[in-house]
Design a protein around this ligand. Structure first.
Ligand SMILES: [Zn+2]
Length: 326
């Protein structure tokens, strides 16, 4: 029932992009080409307590845990891991505590601090599978009316009908997904997902709350940002999923989406949203709540950031890369 669509992104396209950036890089040719340094990373722990008033938890719910506690746990470990592995980088948190932070405040925080990457941590959920079974039969009474006016007659009758019972089963969906924002269908080589049903219910609620960000001006700005940062977002997302794969997780791939991930379109930097696993899948709920699971996720994402940083800061011409093939 869950659609598994992987974004196919040929290496040729990366190389083509790299080549293009060399051809068209600032041509006041006295200056050497200066690649962009990755200095600031924004880590965004999805959801947060108290979003709906009070101090209640928020996000997808499992048997015993709620998304916002897991996202904060993973985000804290991710921050520590980035600082540990890439000490020259500045890491900032949009939601450093349990408390919910408005999405537009998260985006503004990222933009005001000149983030070079925005990484939003979330937890996925799929609804229980529902099956209706006939478990027996029972008698049902009904009435038949005949005649008109004073001659109207009501006859009681009975018939045998099936007895139904509804059963719910755990949804077997599990694994990781990384999303990038797509403001329009960008390329035939990348598959675009319009709706995914059960995913993103929580995120979608969020995006409807920021209706003031749906003005034509802001949408136009979002479209420009998406265009500008799309390929780098895809690059990072692809590597995050590769790293999950290497660490033994089930990777469901990189996906594009244009609804429900508002925070990605409002950030002026390459931005990804990592669905770190399914809270609705019991083994994965345990993993997501464990120290080891959260640490594994933090390490996978950090490895991907390191690769991305290295690639951005030391790009090589396409020819040179292919020469390095063994
Ligand atoms: Zn979420």
């Amino acid at each position: 029932m869950m659609r598994r669509i992987y974004v196919l992104f040929p290496l040729a396209m990366f190389l083509g992009l790299l080549f293009t950036s060399f051809c068209y890089s600032p041509s006041n040719s006295t200056k050497p080409y200066k690649p962009k340094q990755i200095k600031t990373i924004i880590v965004d722990a999805g959801h947060g307590h108290g979003r709906h008033g009070g101090n209640g938890p928020d996000g997808a719910r499992g048997e015993y845990s709620v998304e916002d506690d897991i996202t904060l746990g993973v985000a804290k470990k991710l921050v520590a891991e980035i600082k540990n592995q890439i000490p020259d980088i500045r890491v900032l948190e949009t939601r450093p505590t349990d408390d919910y932070v408005q999405l537009k405040d998260r985006a503004n925080f990222a933009n005001q601090n000149n983030g070079d990457l925005f990484i939003s941590i979330h937890v996925n959920s799929a609804p229980k599978l529902r099956e209706v079974k006939i478990i027996g039969h029972h008698k049902e009474t009904y009435y038949v009316y005949s005649g008109k006016g004073k001659k109207k007659k009501k006859t009681k009758k009975s018939r045998t009908v099936p007895t139904y019972k509804t059963y719910y089963y755990p949804n077997p969906a599990n694994g990781t997904e990384t999303y990038v924002f797509a403001s329009h269908k960008t390329d035939d080589k990348t598959e675009f997902i319009t709706e995914n049903g059960d995913n993103f219910m929580n995120e979608q609620d969020d995006s409807t709350m920021v209706s003031d960000y749906k003005s034509p001006e802001l949408l136009a700005q979002a479209a420009l940002w998406t265009k500008k940062f799309f390929f780098n977002s895809i690059k990072l997302a692809t590597h995050v999923e590769d790293q999950f794969n290497i660490s033994g997780r089930v990777s469901r791939g990189v996906k594009q989406r244009r609804v429900g991930i508002w925070v990605l379109q409002a950030t002026a930097m390459p931005s990804i949203l990592v669905e770190t696993g399914y809270i609705s899948y019991r083994q994965e709920e345990d993993y997501l709540n464990s120290e080891k699971g959260q640490q594994d996720i933090a390490e996978s994402v950090t490895n991907a950031i390191k690769w991305y940083k290295e690639q951005q800061e030391n790009p090589r011409p396409a020819g040179e890369q292919s020469n390095n093939k063994k």
